[in-house]
Design a protein around this ligand. Structure first.
Ligand code: ARG
Length: 464
């Protein structure tokens, strides 16, 4: 039937173009399952409330089941003439069960229908994203657990600052992912309310039972204002906002992995499976995966801007503009899922060059602060200690020596307070392990945080 409608339109080229221009079926087929689920709950409620007969309701529910099977088997050709997923499904239903199919839309509008479809869809996708976030968190934690002995340079301004545990560095990203997760759980809870029942904008004259439908579809409650129900797209914006922050985090990790896998750093090796070669330079192994994730961050930011701009200044209630919400949202979901999945796998397989990291950590007088702290503990005010060590470092630069290589006599030319025990404080291990307070890089502090993170991870998987 849709094919014939198509054919008919070919004699009127302008109309056909308008039809194509306004149709959303081209990009919303992924909503089919949710459209059917929502319709079945609505039909059952109509039957229970005596708005339609229970026989009609059952016929509609069975008919929709059959359409679901057909769609899954690829037996349905969606029609542009039928505009969107809602009318495509409804037309199939009427084709299959006859005029009774036309009773499904009682007390409902496409405006509240699309709002419920997208929420159901997004809810499912969020559960997948949560799963991927957990996998990435696991990969970061495993990297930390497996490399508790590895010391690397910690940077500020990308200049060597103080030595840190590589595990500590991995845990920093774990913190970001944990915050992302909590944002996602939070926004999921906020939008998990049923908008169906708002009708086109003002509600419906039929004695519907919204609370029953909400429960049936796994919503925590119902929306409280019909105008807002059909014109609210905050959930899509919040998801894109969550996604933008997440991608920003991934782009930072991506940037570091790209630097670290370069010949100049050589801190890590990415598995061959996540890199490609160059068609001209035989020696090249390019970190394509982190580069692409870094790049894809831009499109996710763009999608957030698109949605914010789309909704800006729209009068209540539904406006056709809002059909433009789907492509940015869908693209964001696909991009975030792909990026998380590939990052989790890549991090799990990443190999660490502990020796190179250690050599780099020792360069750049990374334990200079430890000497200053030492002098402070011997009674020197910090500002003076800073001065003393500044001169010590200048001496090291001039003589080509490193701080731990200085003799006690050399140390003492800068401060009489320095004694033989200074050597207990200027090794990489001593520097790292001195930072024991919560959140510090000492091995014992890092081990505590790993245990805490594992515990939280356990709680998360038992409550979602
Ligand atoms: N395809 C439409 C959308 O995505 C569904 C709602 C259409 N409502 C309407 N009154 N045209 O926004």
């Amino acid at each position: 039937m849709s094919q014939k409608l198509w054919g008919g339109r070919f004699t009127q080229p302008t109309d056909k173009f308008v039809e194509e221009f306004t149709a959303s079926i081209g990009f919303e087929q992924r909503l089919a399952e949710y459209d059917i689920r929502g319709s079945q709950a609505h039909a059952e409620m109509l039957g229970r409330q005596g708005i339609i007969s229970t026989e009609d309701a059952q016929q509609i529910i069975d008919g929709l089941d059959a359409i679901r099977v057909d769609i899954e088997a690829g037996r349905i050709e969606f029609s542009v003439a039928l505009e969107d997923i809602h009318m495509n499904v409804e037309a199939r239903l009427t084709e299959r069960i006859g005029a009774v199919g036309g009773r499904l839309h009682t007390g409902r509008s496409r405006n509240d229908q699309v709002a419920v479809d997208v929420r159901l869809y997004l809810r499912d996708e969020i559960d997948t994203v949560l799963d991927y976030l957990d996998k990435l968190e696991d990969a970061l934690l495993t990297q930390a657990e497996n490399h508790l002995d590895v010391i690397m340079p910690g940077y500020t301004h990308l200049q060597t600052a103080q030595p840190v545990l590589y595990a500590h560095h991995m845990l920093a990203y774990r913190e970001m992912i944990a915050r992302d997760r909590s944002r996602l759980v939070d926004l999921r809870r906020r939008f998990n309310v049923l908008p169906l029942g708002a009708g086109a904008l003002a509600g419906t004259t039929f004695p519907i039972d919204r609370e029953w439908v909400a429960q049936k579809l796994g919503f925590d409650g119902v929306t409280r204002n019909s105008l807002d129900s059909v014109s609210d797209r905050d959930f899509a914006i919040e998801f894109c906002s969550f996604s933008s922050i997440l991608m920003m985090h991934l782009s930072r990790l991506a940037e570091e992995l790209i630097l670290w896998s370069s010949a100049d750093f050589h801190f890590i090796d990415l598995s061959d499976a996540f890199c490609t070669g160059s068609s001209i330079m035989p020696q090249k192994k390019n970190p394509d995966v982190p580069e692409l994730v870094r790049g894809k961050t831009g499109r996710v930011y763009g999608n957030l801007m698109a949605l914010l701009t789309l909704m800006k200044s729209l009068p209540l209630a539904y406006n056709k503009d809002m059909q433009e919400d789907k492509e940015p949202l869908f693209d964001t979901i696909d991009t975030v899922k792909g990026s998380l999945k590939i990052f989790a796998d890549m991090i799990a397989e990443m190999r660490v060059n502990a020796g190179t990291m250690r050599i780099a950590a020792a360069r750049g007088f990374s334990t200079a602060t430890d000497v200053a702290d030492y002098c402070v503990r011997k009674g020197l005010p910090f500002r003076q200690a800073h001065e003393v060590v500044g001169k010590t470092v200048r001496y090291c630069v001039e003589t080509g020596k490193d701080i731990p290589e200085l003799s006690l006599e050399e140390f003492r030319t800068f401060s009489e307070l320095i004694e033989a025990d200074i050597y207990d404080y200027v090794t990489l291990e001593a520097s790292v392990n001195a930072r024991k307070a919560t959140g510090g890089t000492a091995r014992e502090a890092v081990e505590r945080e790993i245990a805490r993170a594992r515990g939280q991870r356990q709680e998360n998987s038992s409550c979602v």
